[in-house]
Write a protein that binds this ligand. Structure first.
Ligand SMILES: CCCCCCCCCCCCCC(=O)CSCCNC(=O)CCNC(=O)[C@H](O)C(C)(C)COP(=O)(O)OP(=O)(O)OC[C@H]1O[C@@H](n2cnc3c(N)ncnc32)[C@H](O)[C@@H]1OP(=O)(O)O
Ligand SMILES: CN(C)Cc1n[nH]c2ccc(-c3ccc(F)cc3OCCn3ccnc3)cc12
Length: 392
């Protein structure tokens, strides 16, 4: 037989590459839940020099350790020019949604120096898959220090977070990655809308188009100073019930999407400075909220540039347009982002996003984001337009 391409993932309850197209396999959970007494009670073994730790993201020193590990060792683009620079406040937001478990914020330390050298997290989420609402773990921030790569630490981290999730009687998970693993349920393309084209070209994020001058390029991406939708304003706490109704109705149409309640909406969509921004359209006549848009703030470190060190990026989050044309709503989001000094506005081609990308002058990114479910098989992959889940 051929050598194993994914020796770890071939041991896991995930769709396997050699099963693709096998429509005899049932859709749904791959393995049945186990009695909690059968879940391994002790942590998995780490190589001798390392120990498990739980990272208390509320503690400033612990949050700083996590921030520094990710800031120096987390995801880079394919050309190693940029690296995600999630802020401490962003990590607190991402890791403490309603019902979160501190023990799912897992670190690995060097026994002697106590240096944090690896991290993986999970948060609970209600995810609708087709018609089922499944309680899942959303796994994220898997990171091994650059000096400890290719030592098979990641499989141990993954098995440990799986064990701790099982202890809470949760048997499914969702995650995304830029790499292809067994087996994507969907593959999205990411798109970028230049807001500060001069800086983007200076740092090598974008290139001057053929037969384009810098001033022509700046003119091309110029946005008006003011939003144009009547009743467009920042979301407030009082909008949570209406926004919940809007977003639940909207997300119910997708094959995989979060099932948000009001507490989820208050956590995930209510504005938090420098973390998440959201705007509603309140009808000037009826005062009903008819639309909303949201984006989160995720800067990237610029790894090799003498003039700039940070790229300020906004990422499209959840957007629902019931009265305002989606294109107009998203153009107002671009105007707000530009006014708040973002350099670029990013979006995946999932949900209805494909309908505004080209018209609003987004350009295709250089890679893809693959979506995965753990211990849940789908008979065939989803189109991005069937996907309603945005992971941070
Ligand atoms: C019911 C609850 C279930 C909960 C769990 C659900 C599952 C959650 C799964 C996690 C979801 C995380 C989502 C997330 O955080 C978003 S994706 C971002 C992942 N992080 C980064 O890219 C940061 C920079 N890279 C690193 O830190 C390391 O390269 C990592 C740690 C990525 C791998 O460390 P390494 O030193 O480079 O590699 P080894 O230790 O030698 O291990 C090699 C094995 O790891 C497999 N691998 C590589 N990248 C992966 C990735 N992104 N997901 C899953 N698996 C990944 C690889 O295929 C191979 O397995 P195979 O030999 O079978 O192919
Ligand atoms: C989702 N979340 C799990 C983080 C994550 N992990 N792996 C990834 C691979 C791509 C994207 C992504 C998603 C949307 C987008 F508009 C641009 C993206 O990456 C650009 C390339 N890049 C990577 C780092 N700096 C720039 C995110 C991620």
């Amino acid at each position: 037989s051929l050598p194993k391409k994914h020796p770890f993932w071939e041991t896991q309850p995930v769709g396997q590459f050699n099963e693709i197209g096998d429509s005899t396999l049932p859709e749904g959970p791959i393995e049945a839940p186990k009695p909690l007494s059968e879940v391994r009670p002790e942590s998995y073994n780490l190589p001798g020099a390392y120990e498990w730790t739980t990272c208390d993201i509320d503690d400033d020193a612990a949050a700083a350790e996590v921030y520094n590990l990710l800031s120096n060792n987390y995801v880079e683009d394919d050309e190693n020019m940029f690296r995600f620079n999630y802020s401490k406040e962003f990590l607190r937001w991402a890791l403490r949604p309603p019902g979160y478990f501190k023990q799912w914020h897992i670190g690995v330390r060097v026994k002697g120096s106590k240096k944090l050298v690896a991290f993986i997290t999970a948060v609970p989420a209600k995810i609708k898959v087709r018609k089922e609402i499944v309680l899942m773990a959303e796994v994220n921030f898997l990171c091994v220090h650059k000096k400890l790569r290719s030592k098979r630490l990641a499989p141990v981290m993954i098995k440990e977070v799986t064990r701790r999730v099982h202890l809470e009687n949760i048997w499914q998970a969702s995650y995304t990655a830029g790499v292809v693993l067994p087996t994507p349920i969907s593959t999205c393309q990411y798109w970028h809308r230049s807001l500060n084209p001069k800086k983007l070209i200076d740092v090598g994020f974008s290139r001057l188009g053929a037969r384009m001058t810098m001033s022509r390029t700046m003119k091309l991406y110029k946005l008006s100073e003011k939003t144009i939708t009547p009743g467009f304003r920042k979301m407030e706490l009082r909008d949570v019930p209406e926004v919940t109704r809007l977003v639940c109705k909207y997300l119910a149409q997708f094959e995989v999407a979060p099932n948000f309640d009001e507490y989820d909406v208050e956590h995930w969509i209510l504005p938090k400075a420098d973390v998440v921004d959201s705007y509603v359209v309140e009808s000037p006549v009826t005062h009903v909220v008819t639309d909303f848009c949201s984006f989160y703030t995720l800067p990237s470190s610029i790894l090799m540039n003498s003039n700039y060190s940070i790229l300020k990026a906004a990422y499209s989050f959840y957007n629902v347009a019931t009265k305002t044309p989606l294109i107009q709503l998203m153009n107002d989001a671009l105007i707000i982002a530009k006014k708040n000094d973002y350099d670029v506005f990013n979006a995946l081609d999932l949900m209805y996003n494909e309908s505004f990308l080209k018209e609003l002058k987004f350009g295709p990114g250089d890679g893809h984001l693959h979506y995965y479910l753990y211990n849940y098989r789908l008979c065939q992959p989803l189109k991005p337009s069937e996907l309603g889940l945005v992971l941070l």
